[in-house]
Ligand binder design. Sequence first.
Ligand code: 13P
Length: 257
Amino acid sequence: MAPQAGESMRKKLALGNWKMNGETEANARLLNVLRDNEPISDDAIVGVCVPYLYVGHTRDALRGSCVKWGVQDVSAQSEGAYTGEISARMASDFDVSFALVGHSERRTYHGESDVIVASKVLRCIESNITPVICVGETLVERESGNANTVIGQQLSVALSKLSDDQAQNVVVAYEPVWAIGTGRSASPDQVQATHSFLRQALAARSETLKNVAILYGGSVKATSASELFHQPDVDGGLIGSASLDARQFIDIIDALR
Ligand code: 13P
């Protein structure tokens, strides 16, 4: 359906999450291939979320290209005595477009609660960075029939500090914990069913949120991307290990078209 006047179109996105991988030379090679291949169509946004130390280098490598860059986390605090933390404002000083927030690896290894995630989301919005809010259930939660309850709660708390106007600017990523790094992607039907649930939850919070982009992440490969991305409520992907391989990432981006 064509968007009505005043209604925003749903964006398509392919974002790479490098996690704690890479070093200067390998990063330069990867970024140069992305830059040289300009793997972008007008209606798709492509970005890479890199380790903090390489954000400046990534900005220098990608400036002037269509590929955007982001970080994998931000502090829940604005500034001050928080040793080792990086604020959203610092990230925006490096022209960062995206920040992953609430990734399951942060929730699991760093004890991030939904309330901390909500503060991080707010910090991003205050600094004009698009927060990519990651939600996802464990295998136990799925098998006990609680997946939607878990991700519905993660989403609603993550948005709880935002006005409806602010909340329009987020991206949501559905990343089932059991599919991350396991080689076992959720099936296209499972992904569509969950994305449809998330879209309804967004619209229930406010009609204005029904066009928020919802990405799928979890063992997406070039071979599986097209079928996943063509589900009606899937707006693209958050790609882990396959984004470290330039050829594979470009093929995944192509699957968005
Ligand atoms: P993989 O694509 O390696 O499964 O990782 C997904 C992910 O966690 C992206 O944030």
